[in-house]
Ligand binder design. Structure first.
Ligand SMILES: C[S@@+](CC[C@H](N)C(=O)[O-])C[C@H]1O[C@@H](n2cnc3c(N)ncnc32)[C@H](O)[C@@H]1O
Length: 230
């Protein structure tokens, strides 16, 4: 086991050496909101770099398939918003007000009409059967209860509606998997970030029919297209 990060008293909070204040008694979801509010100002810069390494095409893959009334769960800073070329309306939900504020300015700057709402993926602030497509990218790795989030995505889809997912998942190549497992020992504790999760089995177990899925980067990136079964 790696050593525990040093803790420093800071007012009524405990600060860990990752710089994120740890509030005693906060729920995993409250912790996620705090972590992502803190990450928000640097997120786009970091992701520009990460997405250059991963290569282009994943957001385009999702964007081409997202039709009709589209809901993006955990929309973050709105990096995928420009790709929804076939959407008739766009809604984005995220836990973090700071991430949402960046999504809002991006959408305004591009003149994209989008309804952005603060909310929890595990209890979406959305009516039943209100969307034709639900998208979630790079977020089931960090949402505390991904099965609950997938159940919510199913609830808000019309029958036959489309679920489109993109995430980093457990690699099929053992050396990469070993690194992911090691990184996760720290990342889960520091930021609730998982590297060896896989959403495809949860999607299949959650009442969806898998239409297509693909993996790349040693199986560590996964795209899923599923439909809500009856
Ligand atoms: C890695 S970012 C991904 C953002 C965006 N989907 C993208 O592709 O760039 C993870 C996002 O998940 C959000 N998030 C984490 N837990 C959540 C929850 N329970 N409900 C809604 N959003 C959540 C965070 O606030 C953050 O914006």
């Amino acid at each position: 086991m790696p050593p525990r990060p040093a803790e420093l008293r800071c007012g009524r909070h405990i600060r860990q050496d990752d710089g994120v204040a740890k509030h005693p008694g906060e729920t995993p979801t409250e912790r996620q909101r705090r972590v992502w509010d803190k990450v928000a100002p640097a997120y786009d810069r970091q992701m520009d770099f990460v997405e250059r390494l991963l290569g282009r095409g994943d957001r385009e893959w999702i964007g081409e398939r997202a039709t009709g009334r589209v809901l993006e769960v955990a929309v973050g800073t709105g990096r995928s918003l420009p790709f929804y070329v076939a959407a008739t309306s766009l809604t984005g939900v995220d836990l973090s007000p700071e991430m949402l504020a960046l999504a809002r300015s991006k959408a305004d700057a591009r003149g994209l009409p989008v309804d952005l709402r603060e909310g929890d993926a595990q209890a979406l602030p959305v009516e039943d059967a209100a969307y034709d497509t639900v998208v979630c990218s790079l977020s089931l790795c960090t949402i505390p209860d991904p099965a609950a989030a997938i159940a919510e995505m199913r609830r808000v889809l019309v029958p036959g509606g489309r679920l489109l997912l993109l995430d980093h998942v457990a690699s099929t190549w053992p050396p990469v998997y070993a690194v992911q497992w090691l990184v996760e020992r720290i990342s889960i504790r520091v930021a609730g970030e998982h590297y060896t999760r896989r959403s495809l089995p949860l999607v299949a177990a959650g009442g969806f029919e898998i239409v297509e899925s693909r993996r790349h980067k040693a199986g560590s990136m996964e795209l899923v297209h599923a439909v809500k079964g009856g």
